[in-house]
Each structure stands twice: as C-alpha cells, then as structure tokens.
Design a protein around this ligand. Sequence first.
Ligand SMILES: [Fe+2]
Ligand SMILES: [Fe+2]
Length: 199
Amino acid sequence: MQGDISEIEEYVRKIFVESPHVEDPDRKKLLQNFWENHTKEVVDLSLELAKKYGADREIVHLGALFHDFSLAYDSEPHDEVSADKAFEFLIVNWFNRDVAEKVRDIILKHRCKKFIPETLEEKIVSTADAIAHFIPAFYKGAAEVAREDYAEMIRGKIDKLEDEYERKVFFEDEKKILKKYMKEFKEKYYYKISNKTDA
Ligand SMILES: [Fe+2]
Ligand SMILES: [Fe+2]
C-alpha cells in the first residue's frame, strides 16, 4: 500500500460507505452521505487548492481523506482521534515519518479550535472543509435520514457556517467566493424561513 493513495482512498471510502462496523441502517446511510457529500468534496476541493497554491499534493490528499476519519466510529474529539489514527495507519503502511507527521498536523488543526493551521497544506484542508459545509446536498442527505426538514436543518447551521467562514478560510479568493455563497444561503434558506415563520 506504500505511497498508493488510490488504495488508501478506497480503504477510507469502504469504512464510510460499507461501514462493516455499523449495524444501524440509518447510521450507515449517514456515513454514506458523509463520504459522498462531505469527505469526497473536501478531498476534491483540497486538491484543487493544492494545485492553485502550489502545495504538496500527497500530504493534502491524505490529510483531506482522513480529516474526519474517527467520525465513522463516532469517536470524539474527532480532530485528535482522527489525527492519531491516520498517523498510526501511515506509519504501519510504511509511509515516511515526515509525511505521517505532516498529515497528522493537518487533521489536528482542521477545526481551527485548539490548534491553528500554520503550513500551506494545513490551511488548504481547513479552507476546503469550510467550503464543503456550504454544499446543500450534504444537508439534504442528512435531513432525509433524520426525517427532518432540509431547509430547517440548513437554517440551524447558518451560525456555524458564518463562524467557519471567519475562522477557517485562509485565502482571499476563497473568502470572496464564500461570501457570495453565504449571501445566497441566507437569502434562500434563512430569510425565506424567517418570513414564513413571521407570517
Ligand atoms: Fe471535522
Ligand atoms: Fe470535515
């Protein structure tokens, strides 16, 4: 498996999509949705940003793939647990220690809470994670499983999204793009529902 990211991607995909460790069908669906509409999006966005800003592609790819890994096991704090699990996985699979440490730090810092991104690669995954939270399909899938109203679910996330925009986006271009998304999100979901509630 050494150095072969497509095999590692398949390994992580299976944990989320097939989730052999999970029995509850709703939980399985949530994990599938999480892979399809979150992790995969974070990987794609991170790789785009890596190309745009000239970052190390392998480190960014691995960091994005494992950034929420422990959520598949419902294990929190997921930044710290996922960082440990990824580090162990990479060392066991004969990755260079320097790579394993850099990937661990990306994961550890992706929430910008206890630890703040410093390197380009750390900033990229944090930014991609924040952008991915603006993908409506993620909430659509989660709302379906929870049998909740999709727009209502998004409305409940507006504060979190705004907070992420402030703290987790490290590049001016992406700040501009997200500012536009945020406006659209608020117009589409937040204000519409507020008006409906007031009526
Ligand atoms: Fe996370
Ligand atoms: Fe995430």
